[in-house]
Design a protein around this ligand. Sequence first.
Ligand SMILES: [Mn+2]
Length: 410
Amino acid sequence: MNSEITIPRREKMLAALAEKEAIILFAAAEANLEKFKQDNNFLYITGLEIPDAIYFAFQGTPLPTEILFIQRNDPEKEVWDGRKMSPEEAREICGIDKIHYWDEFYSTISMYAPAIGKIWCNIGTQNLEKPLTMQLFRLSPIRERFPNIVIESITNLITPLRKIKSNWELMQLQRAIDITGKGIMDVLESAQSSMMEYELEAMLFYRMQRMGVKHWGFSPIIGSGINAATLHYKANECRIENGEVVLMDVGASYANYSADITRCFPVNGSFSDRQKQIYSLVLNVQKQIIEIIKPGIELAELNRSARDLLAEGLIQIGLIENAEDVLKYYMHSVSHFLGLDTHDLGGRSATLEVGNVITVEPGIYIPEEKLGIRIEDDVLVTETGYCVLSQNIPKEIEELENIRKSAMGK
Ligand SMILES: [Mn+2]
């Protein structure tokens, strides 16, 4: 990510600022013995992958002010953590002219604060156990001295920007999806019954890391048999038994953009009749939901249609009698936005626009039959309808069985 990408984003964001409004975005804090992962709003706006930096913008007249605060290099700490990014290097990447040091943050903000009415900030997720997030803690000297300033989450300001993906963003997402697809192919070609679920997880990450991926987009779900019917199963610690269907809900994060794909396959090479019946039902519903996608459609409509179609299918095969009982076997939503966050900004009640990327992921879970099927693709909303970004990752029954059979014949 460079300034060619982030400057237009900042121009749009600043254009949406009212007079006397300011923005403060905190970078993620320095990670201790862990890989660093940047705050996604800070990354989106600055392109910088450095910890403990702060972005400040103020809508003044005639022009808005932008300042980036970064850490000072400490020669004594260089041997531990490496050299800190210099102001020149930071300026080169993000295109912000005014670069100050972190220790100048409060004195600088104090000069602007009397004129500020509202600060939009990436305040983080508060709850009863954690009412004071890192960001709010760092804002507290300002809140104490200038109690009239309204502090509001950046979410409402930045969501309209983040939910429309640029071509550059689509390239990163496509890369994340393609790498995830390669990992899934590796599993389809190498998994065997009696392997442990975590061995499949390792195969996936081996491929992903060799292709430059630093993080999973989210904690991978590899569940065989009854584990596939636990929606957020993350232990991945059971042995895969012959005859079971394995569900993989996985996604690489590439340049911090996350894929989110679910595929299911029969470990012994062919689905049983019952597994095939449930799989076909889910696949048909998934295809019908994808067909509906176009600008102007509400996410709520996709959800309603998915529930109705799954209910219809379950009634047809005699698993339920009344449509409302579908919730016994299908209990989640069918779509969410995808981007820097796996569950990206955009909300549950959005109307689709060109440039949105969403998942489509119906499922049926029957714990009493030790079976869970979910099929999930990543879909771009286009002017004429949709484009399935994960279309190259096999999901047809015949394809999956053929790949498995030829792999097992080796
Ligand atoms: Mn998903």
